[in-house]
Every structure is written in C-alpha cells, then in structure tokens.
Design a protein around this ligand. Structure first.
Ligand SMILES: NC(=O)c1ccc[n+]([C@@H]2O[C@H](COP(=O)([O-])OP(=O)(O)OC[C@H]3O[C@@H](n4cnc5c(N)ncnc54)[C@H](O)[C@@H]3O)[C@@H](O)[C@H]2O)c1
Ligand SMILES: [Zn+2]
Length: 400
C-alpha cells in the first residue's frame, strides 16, 4: 500500500475539519471494520472536489472508472472536472441488472489488463448499486484485489449498497450469488447527483432511509415524517443530513458485524416479505425499495399481531412509509404464495426464517420461525392497503 491508511485518514480528517469550517454542511462518517477503516464523505458539490478527497489515497497511481452509462451521461462531466490532473481511464460498462454478470467482470478486467493496469491500480465505482457491486467485485478480483473507491450516485446506493463492502454479480439462477466482501478505501457521496435521478428511483431509495429510522433512530424517522415535502424536493442540506444519519446507522451495524451474523440482520427489516414479493412479481413490477416499503408495513402488522408493537406506533410507521408511495398495484398477489416463497428459501438455505420486527419506532427485534398463518395474515393486510392506485400506479420495471 503506497499510502499508510493511518496517515491518509489523518490527512482526510484535517481536510474535513477545514472544509467543515468553510462549509457547514459537509459530513464525514468514519467506518471501522476488521478488514479496513475508511471514511464516507457526504458533500454537496463533492464531485467537483473529487481530487481533494481521492488524491491523498491514490497519489500518482492509475485510476480505472467503472461507471454505468446513464449515470455517466448525467454526472460524469462533474467527476471528470473534479478529478483534475489525476491519471484516470474510464472503462466501458453499460449498467443494468441483466449486465451484472461475471461475463462483464471478465470484460472489465480484460480492459484493465489491456490498458496496463497492475496491482497498484485503483478502481472508482461510479453509479447506482449495480456499478458499485460490479466495480467493487472487479476490484476484489483483479490481480487478487486492488483498491476501490465507491462514488454512489443513486439514493439506494448512497444509503445502502456503497457502505459495508458487499460486492458481486448475479447468476441466471438468482441475484448476488457470486461475490466477495471488499471494503472500499473511501466512499464519496454527492447529494447533488440525486437531482438527475428519476423520481421513482429516488422515492425507492427513500424507503430504505425510512427503514434506517425505524430500526435505529427515532429522530431520523421524525425527519422523514415532518420534512417530507423538502425531502421530495431534494433539498441538498436536508439530504446531507438524512444520508449521513443513514450511513452512520449502517456503519455502526457493519462495524460490529461485518458479515451478516446477528446484528447486521436488522438491516433486513422489510426484506423477508419484500424479497418474496420481488420474486413473486418476477423482478419486473417493483423496484427493490418499493418492495421493502411493502415488507416493512407487513412486518409491522405481524409485530402487532404478536403484541410486540402498539397499534398507534404501527399506524404512525405505516403513515410515513405510505407517504413516500405510491408503489405499483399489487392486485392478484396471493399472500400464501409469498409465504410459500419464504418457506422455499428456508429449505434452500437449510436454516430458520428470521423476521425483523419493530417494537417501537427506532427499535427492532429479530424473531425466528413465526407462525406462517400469522405471516400470511400480515401480508394480506399490507396487500389490502390502498396505497397503490390505478391512476398513480408506476409502470412495470422492465429489466431482467
Ligand atoms: N452491495 C450491497 O450491499 C447492496 C445493497 C443493496 C442493493 N445492492 C444492489 O444494488 C442494485 C440496485 O441499485 P440501484 O437501485 O442504485 O440501481 P441501478 O444501479 O440500476 O441505478 C438505477 C438507475 O439509475 C441510473 N442512475 C444512476 N445514477 C443516476 C443519476 N445520478 N442520475 C440519473 N440516473 C442515474 C442508472 O443508470 C440506473 O438506470 C441491485 O443490483 C442490488 O442487488 C447492493
Ligand atoms: Zn434493501
């Protein structure tokens, strides 16, 4: 490693103090894991200042950018300007869930090799969670591992995918079945990138922010409830605040449980039934965040039926989630099919069904193997909610 991590961190810390003095809104969240410490910088306008953050880490090493085409078209010029005199090359990658495959990883590694990349290369993964997962996996694999810097440009990638070190690609049989843990050296988030994000993608990311509030922070949940209009208007200052609080929650969880044992599980609130719904609709009707919105409401109904949460708290939680909808129409979905999918997963994994249930806003508990009739009832109640409407229902997601 040409730059000692400790030295780099001190430099960045000093830099952040000075910058925060000039510009009150810049945020920095340190992440500590057994496999490396790094900073998540949340800075509106940070793309134009990219070299200030990235330069101390890469020095005169070569940078290879894995960017999805659409993110690059909208935001690439800003990064290009910000990288200034650093030595960088952009690799060709189209993006899209159907191109999140090993064949693309090989193609990207081929391009790096042809361009003369050696072990000192540094990858920048630029785009949504797909570019992050693919770019991260390229970095984890190329010459047995080179550095990666994550520059997420969707809300979902900023509050979830870019932090925690999970990277990987899909198999025809399922999502994220090949991958590696590879922690980044830095994560640089610029909330201004979200200005060009399609509205539906943006709102899907907001469901994951609400999730962070429900699992760990009443104050984040209150901001999501009380500041909805400013958040939907993509107010940069407010976005810096809610993104950094979300990142701090994920960082705290990941620091204590890097690889999905106990605590990391709480990040899966809303995901058990959410994943079942995504699978049941063939990954075509809902965005991931929308399915999580549904799953969170259903899990709260389950918690209520087990007397774990008061009706008043469940309704408050539901109101806020619904306020970030609509989600696509869920007509024709059978609760028992969702339950069958969850039981099917259980058999494949050979383990137990875990449900993350809210006990109050800001606090969750994990239960194992709940009564499946109660799960089906909870799913039915969430399906019956009128937060989807034919008039507003978003179009199917046309990918995979
Ligand atoms: N590694 C993890 O821990 C983790 C966690 C959650 C999700 N994921 C993965 O993340 C992926 C989903 O990520 P996503 O929701 O960000 O999807 P995505 O990467 O497909 O991005 C969504 C869309 O927005 C476009 N886009 C990106 N930035 C833009 C911008 N600033 N302006 C305009 N358009 C922009 C993209 O081109 C794409 O069309 C899934 O593959 C999922 O498995 C990984
Ligand atoms: Zn998720």
């Amino acid at each position: 490693m040409p730059f000692p991590r400790q030295g780099q961190r001190r430099l960045l810390e000093a830099e952040c103090v000075i910058r925060a003095w000039y510009k009150k809104t810049m945020q920095r969240v340190p992440v500590t894991t057994p496999n490396g410490d790094y900073d998540v910088v949340i800075d509106s306008g940070g793309l134009e200042r990219a070299a200030e953050y990235i330069g101390p880490i890469v020095g005169d090493r070569r940078i290879f950018i894995v960017a999805d085409e659409q993110a690059w078209r909208h935001q690439g010029a800003r990064l290009e300007q910000g990288l200034g005199g650093l030595d960088w090359t952009r690799l060709s990658y189209p993006g899209g869930e159907e191109r999140k495959r090993l064949a693309e990883v090989e193609r990207l590694c081929d391009q790096m090799f042809a361009a003369g990349a050696d072990r000192s290369a540094c990858v920048i993964a630029f785009g949504g969670g797909i570019a992050g997962d693919v770019g991260g996996f390229v970095a984890a694999s190329y010459m047995r591992g080179v550095d990666v810097i994550q520059v997420p440009t969707t809300l979902l990638a900023q509050v979830d995918a870019a932090v925690g070190g999970k990277t990987g690609v899909n198999l025809a049989e399922g999502k994220n079945l090949i991958g590696a843990f590879h922690q980044p050296r830095l994560v640089l988030m610029d909330p201004l990138t979200l200005r060009t994000l399609p509205d539906r993608e943006y709102r899907a990311g907001l469901f994951e922010v609400v999730k962070h509030g429900i699992i760990r922070s009443r104050s984040l949940f209150d901001s999501m409830t009380n500041e909805r209009d400013r958040i939907l208007a993509r107010d940069a200052e407010l976005l810096e605040a809610i993104i950094s609080e979300s990142v701090a929650i994920k960082a705290a969880v990941v620091a204590r449980d890097e690889k999905e044992g106990g605590l990391r599980r709480i990040l899966n609130y809303g995901h058990t039934l959410g994943h079942a719904l995504e699978a049941e609709t063939g990954y075509r009707r809902l965005l991931h965040g929308e399915a999580v919105g549904f799953g969170m409401i259903a899990a709260a109904f389950l918690a209520e039926s087990l007397d774990m949460i008061s009706t008043e708290q469940r309704e408050a939680l539901e109101r806020t989630i619904v306020s970030y909808g609509p989600i696509p129409l869920l007509e024709g979905i059978k609760p028992e099919n969702l339950v069958a999918r969850i039981s099917g997963d259980k058999k494949t994994i050979g383990g137990k069904i875990h449900f993350v249930l809210p006990v109050e806003i800001g606090k969750v508990e994990v239960i194992r193997d709940p009564n499946l009739n109660l799960v089906a009832d909870a799913a039915r109640k969430a399906l019956d909610l009128s937060w989807t409407s034919a008039k507003e229902s978003p179009q199917p997601v046309v990918s995979t």
